[in-house]
Design a protein. Structure first.
Length: 320
């Protein structure tokens, strides 16, 4: 079982030929759909084949009803803290013909998820093999979740996204596995180790240099850096996780026809969690290989949560 803790957002997306300047109006088209890193990752884990629970906070509004219906449709067990005085999380997204966007996120209920609600979910934690969180809900709730997961002997994965969200050293230390993309990795190195670097600098590093940076950031953790269209880099601590060889390695990206990489990172973390939960004997490298395939396939469809593929589709495309 995978237990995901994180955000639900209702995304509202408007497309127009060009983005209006302040004070201006444009005619365009509109779609709405589910989003939020937490929900995207829960859907990914469920479709990757794991029994999945999702801990989140919702308002009492239409978006909350949508969240409940969509979770049920993917067989996800929802543990929602209801905040009647707050709206569910929303994102307003404006996209121009060139694909450039401007986004405003209103966290709403997500920011109010309490550690007390998380602490009361003992049975859910007791049944979890893998716990997975991101940084779009209150940091206190994330910290409580990671702490409970470790106490319950679940593997604790932190996807430290979005970049520059509030983190503390104590929070990072609760994670067995970190899954930043290059931007998030650079932000963590800056914030926690005072190392000035950016995503482009990281992309130019060889494996030995990346491994050293991963060890410097989180010597206790396995660090999995997603490299977008360049694949993924894995760095293990000295102490082997699940009998893997210690050290570092890189996986090439799968060849796909990417049309929309929104949510690729969410697909990766959700699928990794599911693969690791599938068997305590499963080698970490096999789980990473599956997540690399799953995330690649997710880029062939538009959207985030609803664009997640299913395990059978991944196996049909790339083999078992
Ligand atoms: P994020 O969505 O957080 O920016 P990335 O862009 O690093 O995350 O993508 C996450 C993962 O998705 C990558 O590590 C890779 O496995 C897969 N992926 C993303 N873009 C592509 C692509 N163009 N081709 C193949 N795989 C991709």
């Amino acid at each position: 079982t995978v237990l995901v803790l994180g955000s639900y957002n209702q995304d509202h997306a408007w497309s127009a030929d060009d983005l209006p300047a302040p004070g201006a109006t444009r005619l365009g088209s509109y779609t709405s759909g589910p989003g939020g890193k937490g929900f995207n990752q829960a859907v990914a884990a469920a479709r990757a084949g794991a029994r999945t629970g999702f801990v989140t906070a919702l308002g009492e509004d239409a978006a909350a009803a949508t969240a409940r219906a969509l979770a049920a449709a993917d067989g996800i067990v929802l543990h929602a803290e209801v905040h009647g005085s707050l709206p569910s999380g929303t994102a307003g997204i404006f996209v121009d013909a060139a694909g450039r966007n401007v986004i405003v996120v209103a966290p709403g209920a997500n920011a109010a998820l309490t550690p007390g609600f998380v602490a009361a979910l003992d049975p859910a934690f007791a049944g979890a093999d893998v716990f997975l969180a991101q940084l779009e809900v209150s940091p206190e709730a994330v910290h409580e979740g990671l702490r409970r997961a470790r106490a319950a002997n679940a593997l604790a994965i932190l996807n430290p996204a979005p970049a520059n969200a509030f983190t503390t050293e104590a929070l990072l230390r609760q994670a067995d596995v970190l899954t930043p993309n290059e931007t998030e990795f650079a932000a963590l190195l800056q914030r926690h180790r005072g190392l000035a670097c950016d995503a482009d600098t990281l992309a130019a590093q060889d494996d030995a240099a990346l491994h050293a940076l991963c060890r410097e950031l989180a010597p206790w953790a396995t660090v999995v850096v997603t490299l977008g269209a360049s694949g993924v880099f894995v760095s293990h601590p000295g102490e082997a996780l699940r009998g893997d060889a210690t050290g570092a390695y890189r996986l090439r990206p799968e060849a796909v026809h990417a049309v929309d990489t929104t949510g690729a990172g969410d697909a990766f973390s959700g699928a990794l969690a599911a693969a690791l939960a599938a068997g305590a004997d499963a080698a970490f490298a096999d789980a990473v290989r599956f997540a690399n395939r799953f995330a690649a396939l997710s880029t062939e469809r538009r959207g985030a949560a609803l664009a997640m593929p299913r395990r059978a589709e991944v196996e049909e495309r790339f083999g078992p």
